[in-house]
Design a protein around this ligand. Structure first.
Ligand code: CUO
Length: 643
């Protein structure tokens, strides 16, 4: 194994005396080499990237590490910091530094669900899996992974979506996205179109969530709008903090949002949130931000994303506040707003686990509606914006090679076994022998691999972008969705560049090549074994990709229904020589490209991000030769057990 890949594992491995060096709950000892502002959050306390002071401390750590010239210095400082930093800050900030240093390229971080399994698997399952592993050493009972305990029951309608919200790699996707795009920026600066990507990545999560809700017979998610009314859905994650000492607070149904006076010097008031939200509405309605020097700035989707999140690039933090982050924080504190019971925060406070809670999606739908309002103020795309007359898509369909069926895709739930023995925060037990796997079994969705087959007539050689989306065809009542409602449900499935020649062109594109999915997924053990024939710095994904970021491949398709749920497949070709920003001939949809501009100059979500003057998807497509649409069915074939 190359040395740096080994370091990526060792930074996050178990350390025998980690707990002893700085006792749980005790203050970290500040090392003289560390800059001011580091070591403030005590060890054993929950870290929340949505809390300003925590995010600032994490940023101080990764910016310090990023400024170190030599790799050896970087490594030495990481090792020095480990026993001093709050555990959550360490995990988050060292990962951010690793993802952004130029001398670590090509070396992958171990999966967070293996090095910090307590944030992914219920405490009951972890306890039982450990017992099982210890028992196995004494008695030969075979390797029996412990199934994950369910976090709810059928009494809760939202429990129908638990399999999706609690998916390990979905949670991981969200956590990594916030590492690639920290709201405190890298060295105080945000990246190209970071605000727009904040909007788009979360909007796509909502589109996927709504498609799944329709599939299980639930209404599309309602935005959490009225903060003076109780929240009717509750949630209990059954997860503990990193050391397993304190559970993330459950959030019972029917609680009200309340002011938080946990820190009397820094109260968080619901009325302040209302004030800032109203200022954001002012900006959306007038099309202008008011800056602190009293000048104005045009509202764009990117700048609105910066204002709403609110990143270091916010046009005016005093006026527009930090509505998104503070919403997370208040919802995380809702069970014990003033801290009188010393309760831990709920999962909404931690980017690694927040998508588990149904309120996450209600909160983000509320946030998304600000972006929707802004986009509704924009002129619809013109025919010139949408057309590509030199190209005609004559057919498009999907095919599952294993069945040969056209336009019928298949999904299933299957078992996924995870070895959680690499928990970096595990309090080592002298009885445990090294390298004993501790297995838990989770169910996750998967699909049969499929292909898009697209045929086009081109009048000349061209470089085109092929944009593929799907959206449910029908609403909750089985009525065909008008395009005005359906457009927000379109899920980006792929975007790629193709060089056409004059005449007929047929493209076969594999579902596994999708631009939305995470390129590599190697387990801790696979990373350990990755030494054969490897040169230092050789990557299993492209060096300018954020290898840890992207949608999990097994969730690429919505699950559908047993009888087949109809979706509209939409394919559009545009002129990539005009669209491309950096001559980079590939799309990256949710994660962008390392150290480069976002490769596609079109608005994210194009062409569905603006009002469309067509009634249905068919009517839209009929007017343009470079578009194609066809119904496809997604059939859920049930659970296939591995036993
Ligand atoms: Cu990703 Cu609210 O931004 O969770």
């Amino acid at each position: 194994m190359n040395n740096k890949q080994r370091d990526a594992l060792s930074f996050f491995c178990q350390v025998e005396d980690d707990v002893a060096t700085a006792p749980h709950g005790g203050p970290g000892e500040i090392c003289e080499v560390l800059p001011p502002g580091i070591g403030r959050l005590r060890r054993g306390k929950h870290f929340s990237v949505f809390k300003k002071e925590h995010a600032e401390e994490a940023a101080a750590v990764y910016n310090f590490l990023l400024a170190l010239d030599s790799y050896d210095d970087f490594k030495a400082n990481v090792e020095k910091m480990r026993p001093l930093l709050n555990e959550g800050i360490y995990l988050y900030a060292i990962s951010v530094a690793w993802l952004h240093r130029t001398d670590t390229v090509g070396n992958l971080l171990p999966p967070s669900w293996q090095i910090n399994p307590k944030c992914y698997f219920s405490s009951e399952a972890i306890l039982q899996a450990k017992r099982e592993a210890r028992r196995r050493r004494d008695v030969t009972v075979g390797s029996r992974p412990v199934p994950l305990f369910s976090t709810g029951t059928v009494r809760d309608a939202e429990y129908k979506m638990a399999w999706w919200r609690e998916d390990v790699m979905f949670n991981d996707h969200h956590y990594h996205w916030h590492q690639v795009y920290p709201w405190k920026g890298i060295d105080g600066k945000t990246k190209d179109r970071q605000g727009e990507l904040f909007y788009y990545m979360h909007q796509q999560m909502l589109a996927r969530y709504d498609a799944e809700r329709l599939g299980v017979g639930l209404m599309r998610v309602e935005p959490y709008v009225d903060w003076s009314r109780p929240i009717k859905e509750g949630y209990n994650a059954h997860l503990t903090d990193y050391y397993g000492t304190q559970q993330f607070s459950a959030r019972p149904a029917n609680l009200y949002l309340a002011d938080s006076w946990q820190d009397p010097n820094n109260p968080i008031l619901v009325s302040q949130q209302v004030y800032h939200y109203n200022r954001l509405l002012d900006a959306v309605n007038t099309g202008q931000f008011l800056k602190s020097d009293r000048t104005t700035e045009e509202v764009t989707i990117d700048r609105l994303g910066a204002a709403v999140e609110a990143s270091v690039s916010s046009p005016n933090i005093a006026l527009y506040g930090s509505v998104h982050n503070i919403g997370h924080d208040l919802l995380a504190r809702i069970t014990d707003p003033d801290g009188r019971y010393k309760s831990a925060d709920g999962v909404m406070g931690d980017a690694a686990v927040s998508v588990r809670d149904p309120i996450f999606f209600r909160w983000h739908k509320f946030i998304d509606n600000l972006f929707v309002l802004h986009k509704l103020n924009l002129e619809p795309y013109t025919e010139k914006d949408l057309a590509l007359d030199d190209l005609t898509i004559t057919s498009g369909y999907v095919k599952v090679p294993s069945s040969g069926e056209r336009n019928v895709l298949t999904t299933r739930m299957e078992d996924f076994i995870v070895d959680i023995s690499h928990d970096m925060f595990l309090d080592p037990d002298p009885q445990d022998s090294a390298n004993t796997p501790v297995n838990v079994k989770v169910k996750q969705i998967n699909h049969d691999h499929f292909e898009y087959i697209i045929t086009m007539e081109s009048t000349k050689a061209m470089k085109v972008a092929i944009r593929i989306f799907i959206a449910p065809s029908f609403d909750e009542h089985g009525t065909q969705l008008p395009l005005s409602s359906q457009r927000s449900l379109f899920i980006e499935m792929d975007k790629f560049v193709h060089n056409t020649h004059a005449g007929t062109n047929t493209i076969t594109r594999s579902s596994s090549a999708s631009s939305v999915i995470k390129p590599t997924e190697l387990t801790y053990d696979q990373l350990q074994k990755r030494n054969t024939g490897e040169e230092e710095g050789v990557c299993t994904c492209l060096a300018d990709r954020y290898c840890e970021c992207g949608w999990p491949e097994h969730m690429l398709l919505p699950r559908g229904t047993p009888s087949g749920m109809q979706f509209d497949l939409f394919v559009m070709a545009t002129d990539w020589s005009a669209d491309s920003t950096d001559n980079l001939d590939r799309g990256t949809s949710y994660c962008g490209v390392k150290n480069k501009k976002y490769p596609d100059s079109r608005s994210m979500g194009f062409p569905f991000d603006r009002k469309l003057k067509y009634n249905t998807i068919d009517e839209f497509v009929q007017g343009f030769s470079n578009m194609y649409s066809t119904p496809v069915k997604i059939t859920y074939t049930g659970y296939k057990t591995s036993e």
